[in-house]
Design a protein around this ligand. Structure first.
Ligand code: COA
Length: 162
């Protein structure tokens, strides 16, 4: 599959997508979420799960809203579809949806060795504020935050990424 800019449709992730999602998750993560976890997440209050759709799901991302904070819970793009801006599109759509639900701050944990994800998150202004040593067993978790995601200056920053 060649490179190049891809236009994907970003839409809500649904229960019908889970067969694809669970298989993709299992194939691409050291500690994959099970179908039960995805089902519980999709059914839970205060969650937003979005799919990137290109004749089927090629990626997804999700977050949990807690007060005025949005916590990213999961983000994955099919390896065949990476480096085309889909991860960025998913994060931008998640942030927009979170802000429209009243979120003002965004946080997540990422493996310290996950360079691809860290570069994507840095582009979005997410900065490390702490480390959870051994959080993933074989790796540390970096705790990233970006504050004031609801203000115009941040919105303008995101528009500059597209
Ligand atoms: C992290 C992850 C979601 C990024 O997804 P992605 O779709 O590849 O992300 P993007 O395409 O938006 O950005 C990735 C890179 O592609 C580049 N890119 C974007 N569009 C491009 C294009 N049209 N042509 C070439 N490169 C492009 C970006 O500049 C970026 O490069 P950089 O990392 O060197 O700065 C993906 O690598 C993944 O699923 N990893 C495994 C799961 C994971 O780590 N999840 C996050 C932690 S929970």
């Amino acid at each position: 599959m060649g490179g190049g800019v891809t236009t994907v449709m970003i839409r809500r992730l649904t229960f019908e997508d889970l067969e694809t999602v669970v298989a993709m998750e299992a194939a691409n993560r050291p500690a994959p979420w099970t179908e039960t976890v995805f089902r519980d997440e999709l059914a839970a209050e205060n969650r937003i799960y979005l799919a990137a759709d290109q004749d089927g799901v090629v990626g997804w991302g999700g977050l949990m809203l807690v007060g005025d904070e949005a916590h990213v819970t999961n983000l994955l793009v099919d390896p065949e579809w990476r480096r085309r801006g889909i991860g960025l599109e998913l994060m931008l759509a998640l942030i927009e949806a979170a802000v429209s639900e009243g979120a003002r701050h965004l946080t997540l944990e990422v493996r310290s060795t996950n360079e691809e994800a860290r570069r994507l998150y840095a582009r979005l202004g997410l900065a490390p504020v702490g480390v959870r040593r051994g959080y993933y067993g074989d790796d540390d978790a970096l705790i990233l935050w970006v504050h004031d995601i609801d203000v115009d200056v941040y919105r303008e920053r995101l528009e500059g990424l597209r």
